[in-house]
Design a protein around this ligand. Sequence first.
Ligand code: CIR
Length: 256
Amino acid sequence: MFKTVIVRRPSKSLVNGITSAPELGKPDYNLALKQHDEYIKALSKCDVEVVILDALEEFPDSCFVEDTAVLTSKCAIVSNPGTDSRRGESMLMAPTIEKFYKKEQIEYIKSPATIEGGDVMMVGNHFYIGESARSNREGCAEFIKALLKHDHTCSVVTMKEMLHLKTGMAYLENNNILLFGEFINKSEFKDMNKIIIAEDESYSANCIWVNDRILIPLGYPKTEEAIKSLGYETIIIDTSEYRKLDGGLSCLSLRF
Ligand code: CIR
């Protein structure tokens, strides 16, 4: 079970965030703020303490806190984002992490190694790591070293098409996993109960489990139905403004 969730308010500079889909238009800051309020409200219903950090105007993508660290029951690994405009975000997250973990539990990934939390999926004590355009080979190697030091196990998932590992998958606990596109037939997930995300609902592969509730983005009825049929309580959140920046429900928080 998670006890704490960390979020960071979106900055006005959000409109200048990185996107691979400029055709969706620029995010509307006021609407993004409202959607963030709803996200916090939803998390507050999931029996966690929500830590809300102030916006960082100098970092347009800084509301996507998931990429700045990986927080586990045993350790905290402060990441090193793989894109220049985001590199400083992790060290600005570090003081918050230091409030929750002992010094000896905290590891720091340093350049030239890069890793982003969006490329890491936790399944119990095991961590799947995507070697992506943002998480380089050195980054994965350093990250693996840190996980092993703290008695976690891990494995690397090869990927070519998606921004982050969790752009195309989400573990919903109880052996249930959402999978999309290049991840559907990966052998490492063959023994899990696979929920295949439809081609026209690809964005909804990014859902989150928070203490037995599943947060699902608004507008993806097939995914919603499939998750409901597994018996989960669901909470639907509109993330339209974050989608314009390739961001979603998991990117917006650190859950531990
Ligand atoms: C970026 O490109 O870094 C942001 N616009 C989106 C980050 C999404 N984060 C995530 O999937 N964990």
